[in-house]
Design a protein around this ligand. Structure first.
Ligand code: FAD
Length: 462
């Protein structure tokens, strides 16, 4: 669907942001109409605001004219959240990209939304502080996008996800009001917790324009270990053994054989010995003594569950090499000839073995190639159905397998999305997890924020 933005509306938008900050050439409309899901819809106009006041004026104008308005961070989302499926204006936040404050006394940072996650991490680490959320996309994704999706990452096992670090927000409502939620204090219980209502709201409730984030002291020591297994069961058992030993490392990542093969094909490097069917990457952090004690227990748990080899990173370069394997997995699967249909299901952490049993059964029942990897420590596994896009019959089997996967995950008391959100890609499935009453309540919340349904319409709800 295309939306007609008439000349008068276009000139009013130009008066707000300046003509140079409007993009309407076909190349830009296409480029800003797609995210990492790869199923786009061209925008009718792209607007690049520079201030909160400009955003408020744009929202008021779009609301008055009933023009769909879709916020875009860095466009790395996996569920089409930033795609303007109803056309209209894409509001790209790319000019709001400054770290405004790193407050070493109060352990917090104040940032504009389009600061790149990895840049913030490096900036705070330079003064001995630490921002733990670390999506694998951290060198491209924005903090605003991370907040809107409640991004997770390998370190969620020990440190939690983005929501655990958001103290306060400045946001523009779709009707143009500017609101400030939360505060710089670590405790705040006045009124409803609007901050955490906006976290994970996928750009459907408000446009986030400023973010105050909690920081923690940078752990003084880290140790990283790579364990190889000749069965996926061994790796899964090692995760259970860690939990049984009450070990909570900073990260526990599992990569299966199909994913390792994809990295091998993509990079040309034999990253693990032949015969390896799964690897675990485990990282401990803390004081040097605590790290040494913890990583020794991890090593022992891996050996007890049949690890073929356990290698500790001896240098920082080794550590980066190990993590590079993990960070390459998504890119390698994306680059494969087969189409990757990516799911980020999550189960209670003790049920990871059952989740892998579900995946094994789906492979057989639906004759599909499925590459699985992810945050085994917190039960969040990326299950990627690898399909031949030209094979209609295989695509149909994958569609059936997708629904069965979600049904079985919900039966395991898990969730159909641990971190990528719903966007438009997963909205047909939310009723598997949420009751009709819960969906109706969420729709009433949406209507309270956005009475005319202009902000990111057509997302989350079927
Ligand atoms: C290779 C790769 C690896 C990934 N690994 C992970 C991972 O480990 N963990 C994880 O959680 N995700 C991961 N992702 C998914 C993605 O990076 C995250 O969802 C990320 O948070 C999206 O940020 P973004 O800036 O790209 O947002 P976008 O894709 O631009 O937008 C995502 C959603 O947020 C909304 N939004 C963006 N900015 C704002 C704002 N300022 N105000 C209001 N709404 C806004 C948009 O409207 C949209 O609905 C990965 C993606 C890729 C491509």
């Amino acid at each position: 669907m295309a939306v007609v933005i008439d000349l008068s509306t276009r000139s009013r938008l130009a008066a707000i942001v300046g003509e140079a900050h409007l993009l309407s050439d076909p190349g830009a409309l296409d480029a800003y109409g797609v995210d990492a899901l790869g199923k786009g819809h061209a925008a009718d106009l792209v607007v690049l605001p520079g201030t909160t006041l400009e955003i408020a004026a744009i929202a008021r104008l779009c609301n008055d004219q009933r023009i769909p308005l879709v916020v875009r961070g860095a466009g790395t989302g996996y569920t089409g959240g930033a795609v303007p499926t109803s056309g209209g204006v894409v509001l790209s936040m790319e000019r709001l990209n400054r770290i405004l404050e790193i407050d070493e006394t109060n352990l917090l940072a104040v940032v504009e939304p389009n600061v790149i996650t990895g840049d913030l991490q490096r900036a705070v680490e330079a003064v001995g502080l630490f921002y733990p959320p670390d999506p694998a996309s951290l060198d491209r994704s924005s903090i605003g996008g991370n907040v809107a999706e409640c991004a997770g990452g390998p370190r969620a096992f020990k440190y939690g996800t983005t929501k655990h670090y958001v103290l306060a927000l400045e946001a523009v409502l779709p009707t143009g009001e500017i609101v400030r939620t939360g505060s710089k204090a670590v405790k705040n219980v006045v009124g409803y917790d609007l901050t955490h209502l906006l976290v994970g709201s996928e750009g459907t409730l408000a446009i986030i324009t400023k973010i105050t984030l909690r920081l923690v002291p940078k752990p003084p020591a880290q140790a990283t270990l790579l364990a190889t297994f000749d069965s996926i069961q061994g790796a899964v058992d090692a995760v259970s053994a860690l939990i049984a030993r009450r070990v909570v490392p900073a990260a526990v990542e599992l990569i299966d054989k199909d994913s390792l093969d994809a990295v091998h094909a993509h990079t040309g490097e034999a990253i693990v010995p032949a015969g390896t069917t799964a690897v675990l990457i485990v990282e401990s952090d803390g004081t040097p003594a605590a790290v040494e004690e913890e990583i020794a227990r991890v090593e022992e748990a891996c050996r007890a569950t049949g690890a073929a080899a356990v290698t500790r990173a001896a240098t920082t370069a080794d550590r980066h090499r190990i993590w590079a394997v993990r960070r390459q997995v998504s890119l390698a699967l994306n680059a494969a000839e087969l189409r990757k249909v990516n799911h980020d299901v999550v189960v209670p952490r003790g049920r990871v073995p059952q989740l892998f049993a579900v995946v094994a059964a789906l492979k057989q029942e639906y004759r599909l190639r499925i590459a699985s990897f992810g945050h085994a420590g917190d039960g969040n596994i990326h299950v990627n159905l690898m399909v031949d896009a030209s094979d209609v019959e295989e695509l149909a089997r994958a569609k059936q397998a997708e629904r069965i996967l979600f049904e079985r995950v919900v039966a395991l008391e898990g969730s159909i999305s641990g971190e990528h959100g719903i966007g438009f890609a997963k909205k047909p499935y939310i009723a598997l997890e949420l009751s009709a009453d819960e969906i109706a309540l969420m729709k009433r919340v949406k209507a309270a924020f956005d009475p005319n349904d202009i902000l990111n319409p057509g997302k989350i709800f079927p």
